[in-house]
Design a protein around this ligand. Structure first.
Ligand code: RIB
Ligand code: CA
Length: 336
């Protein structure tokens, strides 16, 4: 199976961390770089978290480019995300301070450089607000045509919202960026709340994973601790939604997704429905389709796949430690 070469734009973020873990645990994927954006927490924290995760996972060779600290037009949401993702943005996980720094280039310039260097070869995943991607599209007219595919976690099409009754967080946080991206002509696969809320990782799943005595299992537990507390408090559910990890299914298990092609756009009118994503199901707008949207998923099968890949990564990580590779990796002081 050809390896899919991916650059990931991200705002880690508990579920972003799980998506990074899943990408690193998937032989179908070559994760080539991360670009960071303000979203769940500040840009400083999302960038620090990206570097810390990669170092912990012995993947410090993967470059990190720092991106935009505010949305294009609306002010950033502030610290709301910390209630969901914890003050650090990685829940209760305590990772060593990263030794690596982000590269000099701004994420927007890095994206332009990488995609124009190999047109049609690289896939972009965006699992935070779309600010960096929108600016790359606006700054370089050739950027959009150079992207092989753009997989986005975002939107609520038939589903209600999770940040307003109508809108999903990533799109609502920068609706103007989303409007630019949705109308750019890039081949888009959208993974909205309609599908991600059917992929619920339970605390029993995390306990099952932690039958393996491994820093990976503990990391999944600690990263999701605040996230699960939030779901229990507000949704009465003992678990959490695998929003960002589900984007990875577009590569490793597309058969689990129900994908439909539609014309989808986002409300930027500034009223109560700002950030709402809508699909022209009745084709009244007479517009060509601009993306494929995951309107359903075999949710439990995806969660089982996620756990299986985490179990595999946990055993692999333990073997690396046993074979003496841990000196390349800072000791994990989680539950040390
Ligand atoms: O609405 C869920 C999305 O918002 C996820 O990407 C989560 O990390 C937050 O960024
Ligand atoms: Ca995210």
């Amino acid at each position: 199976m050809p390896t899919i070469r991916i650059i990931l734009d991200t705002d880690p973020g508990a579920d972003d961390a799980l998506a990074i873990l899943l990408m690193l645990a998937s032989p179908e994927i070559q994760l080539e770089a991360l670009t960071t954006v303000q979203g769940n927490v500040s840009l400083e924290k999302t960038t620090r978290n990206a570097l810390a995760l990669l170092e912990f996972l012995n993947a410090r060779h993967i470059q990190v480019a720092k991106g935009c600290s505010t949305p294009l037009i609306k002010p950033p949401h502030g610290t709301q995300g910390e209630e969901v993702h914890g003050k650090s943005g990685l829940g209760q996980a305590v990772l060593p301070e990263p030794k690596n720094k982000p590269i000099e280039a701004h994420a927007v310039d890095y994206l332009i450089e990488r995609f124009l260097a190999e047109p049609g070869e690289l896939t972009l995943f965006a699992i935070g607000p779309l600010t960096n991607v929108a600016l790359a599209i606006r700054k370089e007219p050739k950027f959009a045509q150079s992207v092989k595919e753009l997989v986005i976690m975002g939107g609520a099409v038939r589903s209600g919202g999770n940040i307003t009754p109508l809108a999903e967080f990533n799109i609502h946080e920068d609706p103007h960026a989303a409007h630019i991206v949705f109308n750019s002509g890039i081949p888009i696969t959208l993974i909205p709340l309609d599908a991600t809320y059917k992929c619920l990782l339970t605390s029993a799943d995390v306990d099952r994973l932690n039958k393996i005595d491994s820093p990976i299992a503990r990391l999944v537990h600690d990263v999701t601790a605040d996230y699960m507390e939030f779901y229990l408090k507000y949704e009465g559910f003992n678990g959490c939604a695998l929003h960002d990890p589900l984007t990875v299914a577009a590569v490793i298990a597309p058969e689990l997704l129900t994908l439909e092609k539609h014309y989808v756009n986002v409300d930027i009118s500034g009223g109560i429905s700002t950030g709402k994503t809508y699909a022209d199901f009745m084709k009244v707008a007479k517009q060509p389709t601009n993306m494929q949207v995951a309107l359903d998923v075999k949710g439990r099968e995806f969660v089982e796949l996620f756990i299986e890949r985490m179990e595999r990564l946990a055993y692999q990580f333990n073997e690396e430690i046993a074979s003496g590779k841990e000196q390349e990796r800072p000791r994990n002081d989680i539950n040390a």
